[in-house]
Design a protein around this ligand. Structure first.
Ligand code: PLP
Length: 432
């Protein structure tokens, strides 16, 4: 039985699984198995030939991971998904699935540092050039595109600047030129549905808000099923020409009986098979638990973060508060267009007294954890100038939006009075 609903609160509890057909267990079982018994030799042949879809080996698919994949697909309004071992694996596969040596992608400059490194160094070493452009001007994506451009890439709500990406504007440019838009929605689940705004592929680090409890590393790629890979066959030979790694399959042809899932099916049965970024079924179970309360948690994260932003804005020790609610002009218009139900769980602020005050503030925190992470149910803080951005020069740091006194908070779901009390006492200590 499937539950017919478009509401995220319901989908996260019911999509893709009702009860275990063997045992009637209500919670999704952890299928901790490597392999699956074939019913007979024809069954095995059909599975390998993709004449029917089914379990073969857990590096490629697993029933616990499949529930997570179906739930996130339903939540995003996509066609199908692939669970992988980390958010980094999701970004890497999302690109390597369509780009190879000699190709390029165009990416927003506003990225998580790990993604920046993947793009600027590792993909470069693989022969894939990443052209970075400022997302303030969507036209920059058009200008950087050529015949070898295979994708556009961006984050919905990138920190530290917290300026929402112009999803529709860049997706429209991509539609006109035949280039799909991949959006990392890690910081904005529930409050942004990138596929609805024209993005073609969504990636997540499930490690953050989806898991929500800081227990597991994982990622997921959702194929919107909306990009016409066949129409742009010249740009996408990896999906339109016979694949020697899969007895000459042409992915856009092979998937026709299965739906518009050429992109994600190829990622599963070639890259996931060969590179082995499989998500463990135990982690998938943890993410399924996290998903069940994701809409509730996001509501609280947004409410508490807004209260923190408003509180800090009135504080004598604070120079500036960085939060979408406090932006103006085009940045604010984008935040209001693409985020619904709140502005997310991240807020930044600059301490007037700079670097030393940042150190003192962090050391004085009692409830906030000092960690390089976001999206946990607990409140987290970091001073990027002395940690994540410490390898950069002062000028480079400023260009990424990190001043000496900048502090990033990932506001949790504790009681707001306790959150504000901890911030106030740490701000007092920072003042010296
Ligand atoms: N994308 C964003 C926006 C992130 O913040 C992170 C991690 O911090 C990642 C991707 C990478 O995720 P993971 O740590 O699960 O590999």
């Amino acid at each position: 039985m499937t539950i017919d609903s478009a509401n995220p609160e319901t989908l996260v509890l019911h999509a893709g699984y009702r009860s275990d057909p063997e045992t009637n267990a209500v919670a999704v079982p952890i299928y901790q198995t490597t392999a699956y018994q074939f019913e007979h030799s024809q069954h095995a042949e059909n599975l390998f030939a993709l004449k029917e879809l089914g379990n073969i080996y857990s590096r490629i698919m697993n029933p616990t991971c499949a529930v997570l994949e179906e739930r996130v697909t339903a939540l995003e309004g996509g066609a199908a998904a692939l669970a992988v071992s980390s958010g980094q694996a999701a970004s890497a596969i999302a690109i390597q699935n369509i780009a190879r040596n000699g190709d390029n992608i165009v990416s927003s400059t506003d990225l998580y540092g790990g993604t920046w490194n993947l793009f600027a160094n590792t993909l470069k070493n693989f022969g894939i050039e990443v052209r970075f452009v400022d997302p303030a001007d969507p036209n920059a994506f058009r200008q950087a595109t050529d015949a070898r451009t295979r994708a556009y890439y961006a984050e919905t709500l990138p920190n530290p600047k917290l300026k929402v990406f112009p999803i529709r504007e860049v997706a429209d440019i991509g539609n006109a030129l035949g280039v799909p838009l991949i959006v990392d929605n890690t910081a904005a689940p529930i409050i942004c549905k990138p596929l609805r705004h024209g993005a073609h592929i969504v990636v997540y680090s499930a490690t953050k808000y989806i898991g929500g409890h800081g227990t597991s590393i994982g990622g997921i790629i959702v194929d919107g099923g909306t990009f016409d890979w066949e129409k742009h066959a010249e740009r996408f030979p990896l999906l339109n020409q016979p694949d020697p790694s899969y007895h000459g399959a042409v992915w856009t042809e092979a998937v026709k009986p299965l739906g518009p899932i050429a992109y994600v099916l190829k990622a599963r049965v070639t890259l996931q098979r060969d590179l082995g970024y499989a998500q463990s079924p135990f982690n998938a179970f943890q993410f399924i638990q996290g998903l069940e309360t994701l809409p509730l948690r996001m509501r609280e994260h947004c409410r508490n973060t807004q209260a923190v932003a408003d509180h800090l804005a009135d504080h004598a020790a604070v120079e500036t508060v960085i939060h979408p609610s406090r932006q103006n002009g085009e940045a604010k218009r984008r935040a209001d267009t693409y985020l619904q139900g709140g502005y997310g769980g991240l807020v930044g602020f600059e301490l007037k007294a700079g670097m030393e005050a940042g150190r003192r503030f962090i050391d004085a925190l009692k409830m906030f954890y000092h960690v390089a992470n976001i999206g946990d149910a607990r409140s987290l803080a970091i001073h990027p100038a002395t940690t994540t951005h410490s390898q950069l020069s002062a000028e480079e740091r400023l260009a990424t939006g990190v001043s000496d006194g900048y502090v990033r908070l990932s506001v949790g779901i504790e009681h707001i009075d306790d959150i504000l009390a901890d911030l106030d006492q740490a701000l007092a200590a920072a003042a010296g």
